[in-house]
Design a protein around this ligand. Structure first.
Ligand code: F6P
Length: 327
């Protein structure tokens, strides 16, 4: 049976990701198309607590599909982690007549959504938006493709210097304990290796790389490093190489937040639009506590508890592609 929801709220939370605006647009228009009122909630869960909430019409989301960041702003909100904070958030929802939420964000945001949804019995649907691509049971997350392209463009530029000076570059990328950004951008940019947290727990990837003679046939190299206490980060690895192999001219580039900005790729805009429309359909179908995922190009509903489980395995096939193509 359909849910008969008449009014929803939409918010973006956690780190911004390119495509969040396309998602806000699709959620807003998907809701209005189905006769549902929509409120934009500013600054994520923080705005739910501080009551920064405003009704959206179709033109509230005009001309934003091509913009990076999020027009709703975003925040990481400690107050929402407390029972008291969530009680105020619930009161504010009631004041506006908001019966359900669409939460656009990464694992922290969906964890908050899962708690809030079960505590107050509120239908909440999540859209996976993070450049990290670290959520379970979805092939990709909104923002990941754009970030990959941004890294690839930066790597193409770094390659010029690496080649001209015959240097060894360590390039650190984001991912928060997930190696997908590092691994796929290594493949896309023709790098020699990716040092990622999923592997370095078990073996010393740097020593292995050097022992295999990764510089035998090349005078310059680029190694992607996923930010993580497990990999130790690019600076640590570079220091080790400088000490153990002083013959190498080593440099480090930390790409940092430039990976999060920029105009979203076509893939991210389409993904965000599909997921945004699907989130409204899910609410109409009485779904709650699910994340919209994408598997083999089909939309899926993934229970929050499964989506946020930290069990996403790295692809052996991708590792093999990088190993083979970088000889
Ligand atoms: O989750 C997205 C992400 O960009 C991670 O890759 C990174 O570790 C973190 O956010 C950085 O957060 P902040 O923007 O708060 O420094």
């Amino acid at each position: 049976m359909d849910s008969n929801i008449k009014c929803i709220g939409v918010l973006t939370s956690g780190g911004d990701a390119p495509g969040m605006n396309a998602a806000i647009r699709a959620v807003t228009r998907g809701a209005i198309f189905n006769g549902i009122r929509v409120f934009g909630i500013y600054r994520g869960y923080k705005g739910l607590i501080t009551n920064e909430i405003e009704e959206f019409k179709t033109n509230s989301v005009s001309n934003i599909i091509q913009q990076g960041g999020t027009i709703l702003k975003t925040a990481r909100c400690d107050e929402f982690k407390t029972k008291e904070g969530r009680a105020i958030a619930y009161e504010n929802m009631q004041k506006h007549g908001i019966e359900a939420l669409v939460v656009i964000g990464g694992d922290g945001s969906l964890t908050g959504a899962a708690i809030f949804s079960s505590e107050y019995n509120i239908p909440i649907v999540g859209l996976p938006a993070t450049i990290d691509n670290d959520l379970n049971a979805t092939d990709v997350t909104i923002g990941y493709d754009t970030a990959l392209n941004t890294i690839m463009e930066a790597m193409d530029k770094i390659r010029d210097t690496a080649t001209s000076h015959e240097r060894l570059f360590f390039i650190e990328v984001m991912g928060r304990n997930c190696g997908y950004l590092a691994l796929n951008s290594a493949i896309a940019s023709g790098a020699e290796a990716a040092i990622i947290p999923e592997i370095s727990m078990e073996k010393d990837q740097l020593a292995e790389l050097i022992e295999q003679g990764f510089r035998k046939s090349k005078s310059s190299s680029m190694v992607l490093v996923a930010e993580s206490p497990v990999t130790g980060g690019a600076y640590n690895l570079a220091e080790r190489v400088k000490k153990q192999y002083p013959q190498y001219d080593v440099r480090v580039t930390i790409l940092g937040h430039l990976q999060r900005g920029g105009t979203p790729s076509a893939q991210d805009r389409i993904l965000a639009s599909r997921m945004g429309v699907a989130s409204i359909q899910a609410l109409i179908e009485n779904q709650r506590s699910v994340m919209i995922g994408i598997r083999e190009n089909e939309i899926t509903y993934v229970p929050f508890r499964r989506a946020i489980k930290k069990e996403r395995a790295i692809s052996e096939e991708l590792l093999e592609v990088l190993r083979i193509s970088s000889i």
